[in-house]
Design a protein around this ligand. Structure first.
Ligand code: NBY
Length: 794
């Protein structure tokens, strides 16, 4: 009755009274509390880091309350949940990922929380994140990133949320009600411990969870060792098992076929699925409803062992009939691939898999033979096609193709941009597209404006809210189109320019501290920051800079006054084993050394390499950029997300028609960016021409300068020069060079008309709303995952 409800509400409110307050005074009080009782320092004597720790704990306390409320509410209302499985998350301070894929995962978590979706992220708690890059004498060196050194105040260790993860052993036949069944008898056990990282939404109390697993030795081990009497060795072995979650693999493909990497993947998959199934079973007593309640998302193929693992759980442990299990499994997985070319796809040698996970290999073979039978019925005995589509690759090294597995078992295969998806359909996964056209979708990537504007560019944030008359754009980036209404307002444009200037000042100071180079704020800040890869063509940028320098040197003094001064900024890490990428970094330093010390050139041209490019550095660099470069050979960048961050910050793009740039053009119009280079349809043809390609004289001249040792280290740069020599120039630097220089000239021309430039800048930001990860997540939620928002009402 009413009285009862009223009493209940009053009880609830009196409980909520106990909640931590968010006013400055309460926060201050808590900070002091944590200084004294968590950090254990006197409240009269603590340093900055301790203050940070105490502050973080005070904020964390508040997040925990929201986390609890959110999850209590999810538990009560039982919505369908999304589990986002990813081996990499690039959050910021914690660099548990390589590049775009990992940062995109982090942006998606932010959007999932903000849009109130009932989602969980699962990942690994690496003790060493991505290596730190230091530059010695122009060469990259890698240093370990032991990020947990001073503790991590944002995580919650769940010592009671642990699961055993098993490896090795054998498969044996057991009798179950008179029927023969195969069962795995594992040989090694490791324990997974959960570490929870609350992810608060913006403008909502909803706070979701990113659960990261750490490996701990299991007590199982001890017992065995105790029996064999080898106590000391058992302790040593314990240490070995802990190493599973030690270190993030840098992305260079050379780790394919490495046992530890496979162990990491399975460790992650096994712990996550046990957790997910346990949660499901709390509310259900059979698995019929699994597809209505659980969506599992594979972020690339890295977690795709999940497919074999869930089949093993359902069939071997839960004793479901294979076909019944299979029908359930096919309804719960969705898959996003971040790769374009087939050579980039993940493969696992069957020898390795069979020894580490013998039962899983059997299951994969069975999935494959069933699929092959089905396929023969559909397409007949086309053996070439059958072998292309098989999960098993019968090559020199027999392997499992993780992408084929993921496609076969997922209801949806997502590309990360329209162009990428077209390539998947027409080339990479053509056979599968022809079989299941309806499976193939695309959901263009996005980035969160909460981090990439609100946090990293507070001055722009204030300006946007002022002129849009609302802060609502922080949750609804489409409102940024409202900037178009003000583009002709000189007062607005003036403020816009001031914001850019302020951010350039901040960046200039950073550059001076990092590299000792003083740069002019009147120069165009021209930035290319991303992982170093041949396909991303940082070399094209460097060659362009050499060409510019060469022109300046050959120009008479009078003409030099008409030149737009440039500060060229390059940053990014090369995978430790990627020799050519490392040489690109060295060349950049060699060229910078020459140019920056040429007094004759002065402020007309500077080149700086920003070391250790990471999320924090990006927050500084992106708001301060006038121009940013996205130079991938068309058809090689699946999407690209850096460009979206620059766009939001009113930075003009100089780019090829690749990945998501094609869609950016649709939003802002081709007049508002500098487009160049071969289109994707032309690339194949140009490659066929090979040696007969037309390469401009300027390119040959620049190449000659490097080859002749104009920047020193002639022998060292030889192999790098070879990669772009006529006939060998796979990424087509030579044939795109002319068009690249034209685009650069157009950028110079626009920059000398500040009003025109500012309008382009405003229209760039105004068109960036579609590239918010909020839009991405909404599309995934509605089309792929079929989940609904679930907002905690208190
Ligand atoms: O994913 C990137 C794509 O190159 C980029 O175009 C896209 O915008 C972004 C988000 O969709 N891919 C990427 O970052 N890949 C990796 O970092 C990566 C990491 C590990 C491995 C392979 C690739 N691995 O083999 O372990």
């Amino acid at each position: 009755g009413f009285g009862e409800r009223k009493a209940k509400a009053e009880r609830m409110f009196s409980l909520m009274d106990g909640f931590l307050k968010n006013d400055p005074f309460s926060l201050q009080k808590d900070i002091l509390h944590h200084v004294e009782y968590t950090v254990a320092r006197s409240r009269f004597n603590f340093d900055d880091y301790e203050a940070y720790q105490a502050l973080s704990h005070s904020v964390r306390d508040r997040l925990i309350e929201r986390w609890h409320d959110t999850h209590t509410y999810f538990k009560r209302t039982k919505p369908k949940r999304l589990y986002f499985l990813s081996l990499e998350f690039l959050m910021g301070d914690a660099a548990l990922g390589n590049g775009g894929l990992a940062r995109f995962s982090a942006c998606q978590m932010d959007s999932l929380a903000t849009l109130d979706y009932p989602a969980w992220g699962y990942g690994l708690r690496y003790e060493y994140g991505l290596f730190r890059q230091i530059i010695v004498d122009g060469f990259q060196h890698e240093q370990p990133d032991y990020w947990l050194n001073f503790g991590n105040p944002w995580e919650i260790e769940r010592i009671h949320v642990t699961y055993e993860v098993k490896f090795y052993g054998t498969v044996e036949d057991v009798d179950r009600n008179g029927e023969k069944h195969e069962v795995w008898i594992p040989g090694e056990t490791v324990e997974a411990v959960a570490y929870d990282n609350p992810i608060p939404g913006y403008g909502t109390r909803n706070t979701i969870n990113l659960r990261l697993w750490a490996a701990k030795p299991s007590n199982h081990f001890d017992l065995e060792a105790y029996n064999t009497g080898d106590y000391i060795n058992s302790i040593v072995n314990r240490q070995r098992t802990e190493s599973i979650s030690n270190v993030l693999y840098p992305d260079d493909r050379s780790h394919q076929g490495k046992e530890m990497r496979l162990k990491q993947q399975y460790f992650f998959v096994s712990a996550s699925l046990q957790d997910i199934i346990r949660r499901f079973k709390e509310a259900h007593n059979n698995f019929d409803e699994l597809p209505e309640k659980v969506a599992l998302h594979l972020n690339d193929t890295h977690p795709s062992l999940s497919i074999a693992e869930i089949m093993r759980i359902l069939v071997d442990e839960e004793q479901l009939d294979w076909n019944k299990a299979w029908n359930i499994v096919c309804k719960i997985f969705s898959f996003t691939t971040h790769t374009v070319v087939a050579e980039g796809l993940e493969k696992i040698p069957t020898d390795l898999l069979g020894s580490l996970l013998p039962r899983h290999l059997q299951i994969l073979y069975k999935i494959n033979s069933n699929f092959m039978e089905e396929l023969k019925k559909r397409i007949g005995l086309d053996y070439n096609r059958l072998s292309r589509m098989s999960i098993v690759e019968e090559g020199a090294v027999k392997s499992i193709r993780m992408a084929n597995l993921s496609i076969i078992c997922s209801h949806t295969v997502n590309g990360v941009s329209k162009l990428h998806s077209d390539t998947l359909k027409m080339r990479t996964f053509k056979d599968f597209y022809e079989l299941w056209p309806e499976k193939f979708q695309y959901t263009t990537n996005g980035v969160t404006q909460r981090r990439w504007i609100v946090v990293s560019n507070p001055s722009l944030c204030a300006l946007l809210s002022k002129w849009l008359g609302t802060e609502a754009w922080i949750r609804n980036a489409d409102l940024l189109t409202g900037l178009r209404d003000h583009v002709d307002n000189t007062g607005f444009r003036h403020e816009w320019k001031m914001v850019k200037r302020l951010n350039k000042m901040r960046l200039a100071e950073y550059i001076e501290t990092m590299s000792g180079v003083k740069v002019s704020l009147d120069a165009m800040f021209d930035v290319q920051v991303k992982r170093i890869h041949e396909y991303k063509r940082q070399l094209l940028n460097i060659f362009g800079i050499i060409h510019r320098y060469d022109c300046l040197k050959n120009m008479d003094k009078n003409d030099r006054t008409k030149v737009v001064p440039r500060v060229c900024i390059i940053g990014g890490k090369a995978a430790p084993g990627y020799e050519i990428a490392k040489k690109i970094i060295k060349l950049c330093h060699a060229v910078a050394e020459k140019i920056n010390n040429d007094a004759d050139i002065g402020d007309l041209l500077k080149l700086v390499f920003i070391p250790d490019y990471n999320v924090s550095v990006a927050e500084m660099v992106i708001p301060g950029a006038d121009l940013s470069q996205h130079l991938s050979t068309a058809g090689h960048e699946a999407s690209g997300t850096g460009s979206m961050k620059f766009l939001m910050n009113g930075c003009l793009l100089l780019a090829t028609a690749d990945g998501s740039t094609v869609e950016i053009i649709e939003e802002i119009g081709s007049d508002n960016l500098f487009l160049f280079g071969a289109k994707v349809q032309e690339v194949a043809e140009l490659r066929e021409k090979g040696g007969a390609l037309k390469v401009p004289l300027q390119f040959a001249r620049v190449l000659r300068m490097v080859r002749d040792g104009y920047f020193g280290d002639k022998d060292y740069f030889k192999s790098l020069c070879d990669t772009v020599e006529v006939g060998n120039d796979f990424y087509l630097l030579g044939s795109d060079f002319g068009s690249y220089l034209e685009a650069q000239a157009a950028a110079d021309k626009a920059f000398v008309e500040p009003e025109k430039w500012t309008k382009m800048s405003i229209l760039s930001a105004a068109g960036s709303g579609r590239f918010s990860s909020d839009r991405t997540i909404r599309e995934y939620a509605e089309r792929t995952w079929k989940i609904d928002p679930c907002q905690c009402p208190f």
